[in-house]
Design a protein around this ligand. Sequence first.
Ligand code: ADP
Ligand code: ZN
Ligand code: ZN
Length: 742
Amino acid sequence: MGELYADVIVDISHEKLDKSFQYLVPEKLRGTLDVGMCVTVPFGNGNKLIRGYVINIGATCKFDPARTKAIKEIIKNGVEVEDKMMALAVWIRRNYGCTMIQALKTVLPARQSVKKLEQKTIERLMDKEQILSLFGECERKKQTAKARLLRELLDQEAIPREWVTMKLGVSPQTIHSLEKAGAIRVVSTSSFRNPVKLQRGEESRNVLSQDQQTIVREIMEDFDSGNKGTYLIHGITGSGKTEVYMRLIEEMLARGRQAIVLIPEIALTYQTLLRFYTRFGDRVSVMNSTLSAGEKYDQCQRAKKGEIDVIIGPRSALFTPFPNIGIIVVDEEHESSYKSESTPKYHARETALEVARLHGASVVLGSATPSTEAYYRAKAGDYRLFTLKERLTGGSLPDVTVADMRQELKEGNRSIFSRRLQELLADRLQKGEQSILFLNRRGYAGFISCRSCGHVMKCPHCDVSLSEHANGMLICHYCGYREPKPSLCPQCGSKYISGFRAGTQQIEEKLKEMFPRVRTLRMDADTTRTRDSYEQILSAFSNGQADVLIGTQMIVKGHDFPNVTLVGALAADLSLNVGDYRAGERTFQLLTQAVGRAGRGALKGEAVIQTYQPQHYAVVCARDQDYEGFYREEILYREMLGYPPASHMLGVQIFARDEDGGRRLAETLAFDVKEKLEGMTLIGPAPAAVGRINDIFRFVFYVKGTNYDKLISIKDSLEERIQTMQPAGESVQFDFDPVNTL
Ligand code: ADP
Ligand code: ZN
Ligand code: ZN
C-alpha cells in the first residue's frame, strides 16, 4: 500500500487557507485520521510542535517524499470555536459537494482591517413637546418625510443617520433643513462600535397571547430538558412570530447562550431593526450587504469576544463565530434567497440545523406560507408545528376575486385590466385609497415575439429572451447584450412582431391612459438600481405620494401599507409557466403574500387575481388563503413525480467553452452514474435551461432518489472521476435539491 499524505493548515483563517503544508500520515494514524481533525505537526527548522487542521488527504506527494515530515498526533479537543467551524465546513463539503477550502472560505470571515468609517448620528435638540408641535405642523403642510423623521425622534433621542436616509427614506436636504430649524444636529461618532444609542425601557412590552406563551414555554421546556428540537411556526404576517422570537432569545441570553436571527435581506426593515435594538440594545448587531468586509470581520471578532450575543442578518449571519449558540431563528424560511447560488450551494435552513446540532441549540423556523420541505418534515414529526392564526395588528383578510382573462377577451375586453379590476381601481381613486398592482414577472416575461411565425428575439450569447425597454432597445439580462428592436420579423418578414406581455412600464402607461390624473410609483429592477432607491420608493408610497404602486415581486415583501385597500395581481400565470417543479409553490406564495397586502389597516381590503388558468390549485388556494389545501395538492404532485421533499435531487452542471466537449463530458459522467443507480433515477443530460451564458455552454443532468446519502456517494464518485480525467476546458458543479432550474 502506498503512502498517504495530508494537507494541513496551521493558521485557520480565511486568508491562510491556500497556504497548507503537506505531511505524511504515519502508519498508526491511517484509518483514523480524517479531514477536519486537529493535529500537532513539527514545523519549521526547529521542528517546533504546533497545531493544525487537516483539510485534505491524498496519495500524491507534492514535494520530496524523503523530506516530508510526519504528523505527530491527533488532538481530540482543539480550540472550541475553531473545532466547530471546522466540523461545519466538513459537513458542508460532504453535503453540498465542494473542496474543503471552498467550504472553509464560506464559514470563515475574510480578515480585513475595519475602515474607520465615519458614523453619523442624528440627535434631537428640542424637547418632546417642541418636536410634537413641529411634527403637527409638518403633517398639516404635508411635509411627509420631515414628519416621518420627527415621528421617530419622539421615541428616540438619537438615530444613526444611515437608518434615517436608507430605511426611513429621508433625504439629506430634509435633514439639513431640520438642522437649520434647530430641531436636530448631526454628530460624528468616530468609532464603529456601538453605533446605536437608543432609548431602552420605554418600549411597552406586550403580554404574550395564550398561543404565544405556549410556544415559548414548550420550546424552553424542551431546551431545558436537553431536547434541542426544531420548530416551525406557521403564522400569517402580524400574528406575533417576531414577538415570540424575541422572548425566546431573552430566555436564551438569560442562560448565557447566544442567538442568530436569519431574515431575508429584503425583509430587514427599519421597524424590525428598531424592535431588536430597543429590546437588546448594543448586545445586538446587524449583518447585511451594506457592511464592508472589514465591518463584517469586526462583527465576527465582537461575537468571538462575547461583546454581542444576538446577530440579525441574511444567510451568511449563520457563520457568526459565537461560542455557545442557544437558538437559531430562520424567519420567512420559505424564501429562496436562503439557498446559496454559488458553490458550495448550501441551504441556510438545512445548515442552521447542523450549526444547532454542533452547539446544542434549538431551531425555530417561521413563515406565513411554509416551504413544502418544512411542512413535510413537520407532518413527518421531525419538526414540531405551531400555528398562530390571528392577526394581532387588526385588519382582516381581503375579499378575493379571480378574473378569467380568457373570458374577458371573449367578451371583448382587450385591455390588460379585467373589468372588475378597472371598476375597483376607479372606486379607490375616487375614495382616495391606495392600490397595488403586482406583476408576477419571473424570468421569461417582457419578451418580443412574432405573432405570425412565433419567432422569439434571443440573446446570441446567452440563449435567453431579450427584454424590451422604453428606449426601443432589446436587452439581455444576463450579459447585457443589446440591439435595437426590429420593425420586421427577422425570420419571416412580418410586421406583427411585438411584446408578448406587458412589463411594469407598460402597465403604468396603460393605467395613465385610463386614469389620466393617477399618481403612480413603479418598483422593479430598473427603478431600484441603487441601494436605497428601494426604501425610498416604499416610503414615498407609504407617505401617500402616489395612488398606485406598480411593481414586481419586490413589492410583496416586507413593508406594511395601512392605506392600501386594493391589490391587483396581473398575469398570475407567468410564474406558473417558468418550467420547474417549484413553479406552483412559488406562485402560491407570491399570490398569497400579494393578496395579503390589501386591508392591513382599519379599512377592509379587496384583491383581484387575473389569470388564464383560474382553476389551477395554486390560484384557487391563494384566493381562499388556504395553505393546507395548497399543501395537500402540492405534496401529491411531488410524491407522484419524485420531487423534493418526497425525494432528493442532485443536479450536476457541466460548464464548457466548447459545446461538443461539454456535451461529451456530460454524457461520460452520466454514463458512469448509470452503473451506480441502485434504484435511483437519472434525468438527462441536457442543455441547461439557460444553455449558454457569456459563451460558456452549460449542460446538466439530475439524479433523483429518496436516500440523500446515496446521492452523496454518487457525488463523491463523480468527484473522483473528474479528478482522474482532469478536464481542461470544462468544470463541474453540484447542486443538491436545487431551488431554481439549472
Ligand atoms: P409577525 O412577526 O408574525 O409579523 P409580530 O411579532 O411582528 O408578528 O407582531 C405583529 C404586531 O403585533 C407587532 O406590532 C407587535 O408589536 C404586536 N404584538 C405581538 N405580540 C403581541 C401581543 N402579545 N400583544 C399585543 N401586541 C402584540
Ligand atoms: Zn415572424
Ligand atoms: Zn446575453
